[in-house]
Write a protein that binds this ligand. Structure first.
Ligand code: GDP
Length: 296
């Protein structure tokens, strides 16, 4: 199971509290130290950990907890609530445009699963809303990327707009005209990725954003890269003011640092998680369920 180590360590840190009739400040300090170490080992950003521990201590040292009948349970409840808050509390869904099409611009570094996720999202919209999405191939630097999107489009039976043009902004403009003609209700734009963030990439994405005026800018990040994913999210957000994140490869993530850091570091929600390579492996992200999963 994902986050096994984190779950185990948090449970252990909290288990010591459950049997106690009354909890001392020392008990809480000890548990906090263990929680802190567990989160750092899970690759959560250190500043996020610091803020988290501060909140836990504040709440747990409150009078109510110490005087309550079952202080151990109370502390577990506090940790659960703060973990949930750290990940954003409510599930956030896509922003819908008042007029069709709702435009979704997908951004992210190469290899994170961006193109696959475009297909997953299209399939989900088809299944859930009987939507008729159009995909636009905007990753023009790698011919393989265009072919890959075409293949994915065939698999999920969704049309893909491609054009032999070096100007991505123009391709997007023409793709949107096509969507208007065919009355597609969603447009998902696949954009270029690089191995690392660089200035030309960011400038190109800004240009695409200006032309597309997307209702959603979703950043795809790889959960397995831990807090690096959270740093990447911070940088993309500063440049593009993203609306949210899709966290891929959660099925292979044993630590959980990305899931736990992204919201706190960017203020932006995780909307979906990728849980496998199949095009059906996309799940809405629920912070409360994730917190409960982590605490076991
Ligand atoms: P892109 O370069 O960002 O467009 O990445 P791709 O969509 O080509 O995906 C890169 C690799 O990650 C492919 O082998 C995908 O099958 C794989 N992948 C994408 N999402 C997931 C996921 O949620 N879980 C797993 N295990 N693999 C994924």
């Amino acid at each position: 199971m994902a986050f096994e180590n984190l779950s185990e360590r948090l449970q252990k840190a909290l288990r010591n509290l459950t049997g106690k009739g009354k909890i001392s400040e020392e008990d809480i300090n000890k548990a906090s130290r263990e929680i802190r170490l567990a989160l750092l080992e899970a690759d959560v950003n250190f500043k996020v950990v610091k803020d988290f521990i501060k909140k836990i201590k504040q709440e747990a040292l409150g009078k109510e907890v110490q005087e309550s009948l079952n202080p151990g349970q109370q502390v577990i409840k506090i940790v659960n609530e703060e973990l949930t808050k750290m990940m954003g509390e409510e599930n956030v869904t896509l922003t819908k445009s008042k007029h069709i099409p709702t435009i979704i611009m997908m951004v992210g570094l190469q290899g994170t699963g961006k193109t696959t996720t475009v297909g997953k999202l299209a399939l989900r919209l088809k299944k859930q809303e009987h939507a008729r999405p159009l995909l636009i191939a905007g990753d023009i630097y790698r011919p393989a990327a265009i072919d890959q999107l075409k293949q994915i489009g065939e698999q999920v039976e969704v049309p893909v707009y491609t054009e032999d043009n070096q100007d991505v902004a123009e391709i997007v403009k023409h793709g949107l005209e096509e969507a208007d003609q065919h009355k597609n209700d969603y447009v998902i734009i696949d954009t270029a990725g690089r191995l690392e963030i660089d200035e030309p990439l960011m400038e190109e994405l800004e240009r695409v954003k200006a032309v597309a005026q997307p209702d959603n800018i979703l950043l795809v990040v790889d959960a397995m890269t831990g807090q690096v994913a959270a740093e990447v999210a911070k940088t993309f957000n500063e440049r593009l003011d993203i609306t949210g994140v899709i966290l891929t490869k959660l099925d292979g993530d044993t630590r959980g640092g990305a899931a736990l850091s992204i919201r706190a570091m960017t203020g932006k929600p995780i909307l979906f998680t990728g849980e496998g390579e199949k095009l059906t492996d996309l799940e809405p992200f629920h912070p409360d369920r994730m917190a409960s999963r982590i605490l076991g």
